[in-house]
Design a protein around this ligand. Structure first.
Ligand code: SAM
Length: 239
Protein backbone atom coordinates (compact mmCIF):
# COMPACT_ATOMS: atom_id res chain seq x y z
CA UNK A 1 0.00 0.00 0.00
CA UNK A 2 2.76 2.44 1.01
CA UNK A 3 4.70 1.62 -2.13
CA UNK A 4 1.56 2.30 -4.26
CA UNK A 5 1.13 5.72 -2.62
CA UNK A 6 4.81 6.46 -3.16
CA UNK A 7 4.54 5.40 -6.81
CA UNK A 8 1.53 7.71 -7.38
CA UNK A 9 3.37 10.55 -5.63
CA UNK A 10 6.43 10.16 -7.86
CA UNK A 11 4.25 10.25 -10.99
CA UNK A 12 1.92 13.04 -9.91
CA UNK A 13 4.37 15.41 -8.20
CA UNK A 14 5.97 16.71 -11.45
CA UNK A 15 2.45 17.24 -12.89
CA UNK A 16 1.55 19.25 -9.78
CA UNK A 17 4.71 21.37 -10.12
CA UNK A 18 3.98 22.09 -13.80
CA UNK A 19 0.37 23.04 -13.06
CA UNK A 20 1.35 25.24 -10.14
CA UNK A 21 4.20 27.14 -11.79
CA UNK A 22 5.04 26.66 -15.49
CA UNK A 23 1.46 26.61 -16.77
CA UNK A 24 0.81 29.90 -15.01
CA UNK A 25 3.62 31.78 -16.77
CA UNK A 26 2.17 34.43 -19.12
CA UNK A 27 1.98 33.19 -22.68
CA UNK A 28 3.57 35.39 -25.38
CA UNK A 29 0.23 36.53 -26.80
CA UNK A 30 -0.70 38.06 -23.44
CA UNK A 31 2.35 40.36 -23.70
CA UNK A 32 0.61 42.56 -26.30
CA UNK A 33 -0.86 45.68 -24.75
CA UNK A 34 -4.57 46.08 -25.43
CA UNK A 35 -3.96 49.25 -27.46
CA UNK A 36 -1.51 47.64 -29.92
CA UNK A 37 -3.98 47.06 -32.76
CA UNK A 38 -5.47 50.53 -32.31
CA UNK A 39 -2.05 52.10 -32.75
CA UNK A 40 -0.85 49.89 -35.64
CA UNK A 41 -1.36 52.59 -38.32
CA UNK A 42 0.82 55.05 -36.39
CA UNK A 43 4.25 53.42 -36.71
CA UNK A 44 4.69 53.25 -40.51
CA UNK A 45 4.12 56.97 -41.14
CA UNK A 46 6.23 57.88 -38.08
CA UNK A 47 9.09 55.70 -39.37
CA UNK A 48 8.72 57.27 -42.86
CA UNK A 49 9.08 60.71 -41.34
CA UNK A 50 12.06 59.82 -39.12
CA UNK A 51 13.95 58.07 -41.93
CA UNK A 52 13.36 60.82 -44.46
CA UNK A 53 14.02 63.79 -42.16
CA UNK A 54 17.18 62.37 -40.61
CA UNK A 55 18.50 60.70 -43.80
CA UNK A 56 18.64 57.21 -42.29
CA UNK A 57 17.89 55.01 -45.34
CA UNK A 58 21.55 54.09 -45.92
CA UNK A 59 23.11 55.33 -42.71
CA UNK A 60 25.28 52.94 -40.70
CA UNK A 61 25.49 52.88 -36.90
CA UNK A 62 23.32 52.51 -33.83
CA UNK A 63 19.74 53.65 -33.26
CA UNK A 64 18.02 53.41 -29.88
CA UNK A 65 14.25 53.42 -29.33
CA UNK A 66 13.86 54.42 -25.68
CA UNK A 67 10.69 52.95 -24.17
CA UNK A 68 10.03 50.95 -27.33
CA UNK A 69 7.76 48.45 -25.56
CA UNK A 70 6.67 45.78 -28.08
CA UNK A 71 8.99 47.42 -30.63
CA UNK A 72 6.50 48.26 -33.40
CA UNK A 73 8.42 51.41 -34.32
CA UNK A 74 11.73 49.52 -34.53
CA UNK A 75 10.23 46.93 -36.90
CA UNK A 76 9.03 49.74 -39.19
CA UNK A 77 12.41 51.49 -38.93
CA UNK A 78 14.23 48.26 -39.85
CA UNK A 79 12.09 48.01 -43.01
CA UNK A 80 13.23 51.48 -44.06
CA UNK A 81 16.91 51.43 -43.00
CA UNK A 82 19.51 49.01 -44.35
CA UNK A 83 22.48 49.41 -42.09
CA UNK A 84 21.38 50.70 -38.70
CA UNK A 85 21.27 48.38 -35.69
CA UNK A 86 18.20 49.22 -33.55
CA UNK A 87 18.10 48.72 -29.80
CA UNK A 88 14.87 48.40 -27.83
CA UNK A 89 15.80 50.06 -24.50
CA UNK A 90 12.90 49.72 -22.08
CA UNK A 91 12.36 49.62 -18.33
CA UNK A 92 9.91 46.75 -18.81
CA UNK A 93 11.68 43.66 -20.23
CA UNK A 94 8.46 41.63 -20.42
CA UNK A 95 8.04 42.90 -24.00
CA UNK A 96 11.46 41.64 -25.14
CA UNK A 97 10.68 37.98 -26.02
CA UNK A 98 7.79 38.98 -28.25
CA UNK A 99 9.80 41.82 -29.80
CA UNK A 100 12.72 39.52 -30.65
CA UNK A 101 10.32 36.91 -32.12
CA UNK A 102 8.54 39.47 -34.29
CA UNK A 103 11.82 40.97 -35.48
CA UNK A 104 13.02 37.45 -36.36
CA UNK A 105 9.85 36.66 -38.31
CA UNK A 106 10.34 39.89 -40.27
CA UNK A 107 13.96 38.88 -41.06
CA UNK A 108 15.65 41.44 -38.81
CA UNK A 109 17.09 39.16 -36.11
CA UNK A 110 20.66 40.33 -36.82
CA UNK A 111 19.67 44.00 -36.74
CA UNK A 112 17.97 44.37 -33.36
CA UNK A 113 18.78 44.03 -29.67
CA UNK A 114 16.89 44.64 -26.44
CA UNK A 115 18.21 45.88 -23.12
CA UNK A 116 16.74 46.81 -19.76
CA UNK A 117 17.05 50.58 -19.48
CA UNK A 118 15.78 53.34 -17.25
CA UNK A 119 15.72 56.64 -19.12
CA UNK A 120 17.36 58.44 -16.21
CA UNK A 121 20.36 56.07 -16.09
CA UNK A 122 20.96 54.68 -19.57
CA UNK A 123 23.09 51.52 -19.89
CA UNK A 124 25.24 52.87 -22.73
CA UNK A 125 28.67 54.46 -22.85
CA UNK A 126 29.19 58.10 -23.76
CA UNK A 127 28.99 59.02 -27.48
CA UNK A 128 27.46 55.63 -28.39
CA UNK A 129 24.41 56.16 -30.61
CA UNK A 130 23.82 57.92 -33.91
CA UNK A 131 20.13 58.49 -33.24
CA UNK A 132 17.70 58.03 -30.36
CA UNK A 133 13.95 57.96 -30.94
CA UNK A 134 11.14 57.58 -28.45
CA UNK A 135 7.36 57.58 -28.79
CA UNK A 136 4.79 57.62 -26.01
CA UNK A 137 7.28 57.12 -23.19
CA UNK A 138 8.76 60.42 -21.93
CA UNK A 139 5.62 61.18 -19.88
CA UNK A 140 6.50 58.18 -17.68
CA UNK A 141 10.14 59.10 -17.04
CA UNK A 142 10.79 59.98 -13.44
CA UNK A 143 12.85 63.10 -14.22
CA UNK A 144 12.65 64.46 -17.77
CA UNK A 145 15.70 66.70 -17.36
CA UNK A 146 17.86 63.85 -16.05
CA UNK A 147 16.67 61.66 -18.94
CA UNK A 148 17.45 64.28 -21.58
CA UNK A 149 20.90 64.80 -20.02
CA UNK A 150 21.41 61.02 -20.32
CA UNK A 151 20.30 61.06 -23.95
CA UNK A 152 22.78 63.86 -24.69
CA UNK A 153 25.51 61.82 -23.00
CA UNK A 154 24.92 58.64 -25.04
CA UNK A 155 24.47 60.36 -28.41
CA UNK A 156 27.52 60.77 -30.62
CA UNK A 157 28.50 64.40 -31.21
CA UNK A 158 26.18 65.57 -33.99
CA UNK A 159 23.73 62.75 -33.18
CA UNK A 160 20.01 63.45 -33.11
CA UNK A 161 17.17 62.70 -30.69
CA UNK A 162 13.49 62.62 -31.69
CA UNK A 163 11.25 62.21 -28.67
CA UNK A 164 7.53 62.67 -28.41
CA UNK A 165 4.06 61.35 -27.89
CA UNK A 166 1.14 61.10 -30.24
CA UNK A 167 1.27 61.08 -34.02
CA UNK A 168 3.59 62.30 -36.77
CA UNK A 169 2.42 65.16 -39.03
CA UNK A 170 2.00 62.75 -41.95
CA UNK A 171 -0.61 60.50 -40.27
CA UNK A 172 -3.83 60.97 -42.24
CA UNK A 173 -6.34 63.01 -40.25
CA UNK A 174 -9.12 60.42 -40.61
CA UNK A 175 -6.84 57.69 -39.20
CA UNK A 176 -5.83 59.94 -36.29
CA UNK A 177 -9.48 60.78 -35.60
CA UNK A 178 -10.45 57.07 -35.50
CA UNK A 179 -7.59 56.21 -33.12
CA UNK A 180 -8.50 59.04 -30.77
CA UNK A 181 -12.15 57.96 -30.81
CA UNK A 182 -11.20 54.38 -29.87
CA UNK A 183 -8.88 55.63 -27.13
CA UNK A 184 -11.65 57.84 -25.75
CA UNK A 185 -13.92 54.80 -25.47
CA UNK A 186 -11.23 53.27 -23.25
CA UNK A 187 -10.86 56.40 -21.09
CA UNK A 188 -7.32 57.02 -22.38
CA UNK A 189 -6.06 60.20 -20.69
CA UNK A 190 -5.23 62.87 -23.28
CA UNK A 191 -5.69 65.85 -21.02
CA UNK A 192 -2.05 66.99 -21.03
CA UNK A 193 -1.35 70.55 -22.16
CA UNK A 194 1.03 70.55 -25.16
CA UNK A 195 2.00 74.19 -24.61
CA UNK A 196 2.98 73.46 -20.98
CA UNK A 197 5.05 70.45 -22.11
CA UNK A 198 6.70 72.64 -24.74
CA UNK A 199 7.63 75.19 -22.08
CA UNK A 200 9.01 72.46 -19.83
CA UNK A 201 11.14 71.08 -22.69
CA UNK A 202 12.44 74.55 -23.58
CA UNK A 203 13.49 75.19 -19.96
CA UNK A 204 15.31 71.86 -19.81
CA UNK A 205 17.15 72.45 -23.09
CA UNK A 206 18.19 75.91 -21.91
CA UNK A 207 19.52 74.45 -18.63
CA UNK A 208 21.45 71.79 -20.55
CA UNK A 209 22.87 74.30 -23.04
CA UNK A 210 21.25 72.65 -26.08
CA UNK A 211 20.56 75.31 -28.70
CA UNK A 212 20.01 73.22 -31.82
CA UNK A 213 16.45 71.98 -31.29
CA UNK A 214 12.94 72.11 -32.67
CA UNK A 215 9.69 71.41 -30.83
CA UNK A 216 6.71 70.51 -33.00
CA UNK A 217 3.07 70.39 -32.15
CA UNK A 218 1.63 68.87 -35.34
CA UNK A 219 -1.65 70.40 -36.46
CA UNK A 220 -2.33 69.06 -39.97
CA UNK A 221 -4.95 70.77 -42.12
CA UNK A 222 -8.41 69.51 -41.15
CA UNK A 223 -7.25 67.99 -37.84
CA UNK A 224 -9.44 70.37 -35.84
CA UNK A 225 -9.51 69.14 -32.26
CA UNK A 226 -7.74 65.84 -33.03
CA UNK A 227 -4.69 65.93 -30.79
CA UNK A 228 -1.45 64.98 -32.58
CA UNK A 229 0.78 65.38 -29.52
CA UNK A 230 4.22 66.93 -29.27
CA UNK A 231 7.69 66.09 -30.59
CA UNK A 232 11.13 67.32 -29.61
CA UNK A 233 14.09 67.06 -31.98
CA UNK A 234 17.54 68.07 -30.79
CA UNK A 235 21.11 67.64 -31.97
CA UNK A 236 24.07 66.99 -29.69
CA UNK A 237 26.67 69.71 -30.17
CA UNK A 238 29.72 68.60 -32.14
CA UNK A 239 32.28 70.05 -29.74
C1 SAM B 1 2.87 53.69 -23.85
S1 SAM B 1 4.23 52.62 -24.01
C2 SAM B 1 4.87 53.13 -25.61
C3 SAM B 1 5.53 51.99 -26.30
C4 SAM B 1 6.07 52.31 -27.69
N1 SAM B 1 7.07 53.35 -27.67
C5 SAM B 1 4.96 52.68 -28.63
O1 SAM B 1 4.92 53.83 -29.09
O2 SAM B 1 4.15 51.81 -28.92
C6 SAM B 1 5.43 53.35 -22.88
C7 SAM B 1 6.72 52.57 -22.80
O3 SAM B 1 7.68 53.33 -22.04
C8 SAM B 1 8.37 52.44 -21.19
N2 SAM B 1 8.94 53.20 -20.06
C9 SAM B 1 8.26 53.79 -19.05
N3 SAM B 1 9.13 54.40 -18.21
C10 SAM B 1 10.38 54.19 -18.71
C11 SAM B 1 11.68 54.56 -18.28
N4 SAM B 1 11.88 55.27 -17.16
N5 SAM B 1 12.74 54.18 -19.02
C12 SAM B 1 12.55 53.45 -20.15
N6 SAM B 1 11.33 53.06 -20.60
C13 SAM B 1 10.26 53.43 -19.89
C14 SAM B 1 7.30 51.44 -20.77
O4 SAM B 1 7.83 50.26 -20.24
C15 SAM B 1 6.56 51.24 -22.10
O5 SAM B 1 7.13 50.21 -22.86
Amino acid sequence: MISLILQRFIILFPVFLYTAFAAQQPQPETFRPVTASTLNPVYGPLADQIVSEFGLAEKTGIGIDLGSGPGDLIIELCKRTENLHWINADINPRFFPEFINRAGEAGFEQRVSAIYADAVALPFRDDYADILVSRGSFQFWEDLQAAIAEIVRVLKPGGVAFIGRGFSDNLPVETARQIRARQKERDFDLSYDVEAVKQQMENILKDLGIQNYNIRIPRPVGAGDVKYGIWLEFHKPVS
